[in-house]
Structures are given as C-alpha cells and as structure tokens.
Design a protein around this ligand. Structure first.
Ligand code: NAP
Length: 173
C-alpha cells in the first residue's frame, strides 16, 4: 500500500481540519497517483473534501465509528481490520492511504511506499505525518528537482520501506 501526502519541513499536514496549502502541481500528481485506486481516508479528511463529496474516479474508503455517518457513494468501514478485510483482493499498489494523521499512523505498518510532496516551509500545523527521516525502517529512495509555486519551494519525494512491512494484508484476511 502507498501513502500520499503533502508535508512541510516538520512533517505537518494540516491545521484546523484543512490542508496547509494547495499547490496545483501537487494536485495534478495526486490525481495521477490515485485515479482508479481505492483511496483510504478518515472521516475528518472526507468531510474536508469539496462539498463533502467522494473523490471522483476512485473508490472512496472512509473510516468512521459513528453509526450516523453514512454518506452516499463511499465504502464505509468501522475499523482498520474491516478495511484490510474488504480490500484483501485489491492489488496493494492500487490502494492509496490519503490521510489524515490518525489514518497515516495506523496504516504506516502496512505500507511500503510513501509519495510525499515536501514543502520547504514550516507552517503552524496541528496534524502531522509520521517522520520517515527518523524512522529506521524507511529511506528516501528518490527526489525530484526542486520546483516552485510563487515563493514556495517543494520537491516530490518517494520513501520506501527498507524491510517488508511488519504486517501483511494476507495475514489479516
Ligand atoms: N497534507 C495532506 O496530504 C493531508 C491529507 C489528508 C488530510 N490532511 C489533513 O489532516 C487533518 C485530518 O486528520 P485527523 O487525524 O484529524 O483526522 P482523519 O484521520 O482524517 O479522521 C479521523 C477520524 O477517522 C475515523 N477513524 C480513525 N481511525 C479509525 C478506526 N481505526 N476505526 C474507525 N474509524 C476511525 C474517526 O471518525 P469518527 O470520529 O467518525 O469515528 C476519526 O475521528 C486535516 O487537517 C486534513 O486537512 C492533510
């Protein structure tokens, strides 16, 4: 499974329930990386999508324990185990974990790739991605040339898990 996120220099991803910044080229890449995939997200991230509508062209898998949360057009899962079970037959590289913090942290052990848009700036964030630079199980495998959006500099980074994930979907299903 892959994680996809935009982070700042300190791995912040959001503030007050919203993204830190919107960068058109990051959005384009997010589309390319996720179209046709199962995208796994938390209820708060789902509710932050424009119009609280599912992302088109993708199967939206949303985690929530709230029985009253039942939007149309999404696959609702009540636990991480339910996600792993229901997606057991989906090729792993077609499953993208797209946030927010609680979901990245829970799914990290199941993921082998993280596609990070790394913004060279420090925001006053209140939600964070796990720091993969300090995690001995992960390494920076590739990084693009630096790009800019107005005065913001950013790169596209790919992190890879060094050894196989601790847990595997097959073991769960
Ligand atoms: N920069 C990026 O790339 C990026 C991407 C995505 C999101 N974000 C940001 O991240 C922030 C949101 O992150 P967050 O951690 O606050 O919220 P979140 O992970 O999006 O959603 C949390 C909610 O998901 C549900 N949930 C989590 N684990 C569950 C489990 N094991 N079983 C069932 N339900 C579960 C719960 O919903 P219930 O309360 O309904 O039970 C929980 O309150 C926002 O600021 C957003 O903009 C940034």
């Amino acid at each position: 499974m892959r994680m996809v996120a935009l982070t700042d220099r300190k791995w912040a991803i959001g503030k007050g329930g919203d993204l830190l910044v919107r960068i058109p080229k990051d959005h384009q890449l997010f589309l390319q990386e996720t179209l046709g995939c199962h995208v796994v997200m938390g209820r708060k991230t789902f509710e932050s999508l424009p119009g609280k509508q599912p992302l088109y062209g993708r199967i939206n898998v949303v985690l929530s324990k709230d029985p009253s949360f039942s939007p149309k057009g999404v696959m609702i899962c009540r636990s991480m185990e339910e996600v792993l079970k229901r997606l057991a037959d989906v090729p792993r590289d077609r499953i993208c974990v797209i946030g927010g913090e609680s979901i990245y942290r829970q799914f990290l052990p199941y993921c082998s790739t993280a596609d990070i848009t790394a913004v060279d700036y420090v925001y006053d964030g209140d939600r964070f991605f796990p720091d993969l630079d300090r995690d001995p199980e992960w390494k920076l495998a590739a990084e693009s040339e630096e790009e800019t959006y107005f005065d913001l500099a950013f790169t596209f980074r790919q992190y890879k898990r060094i050894a196989g994930g601790k847990k595997h979907m097959q073991q769960i299903s």
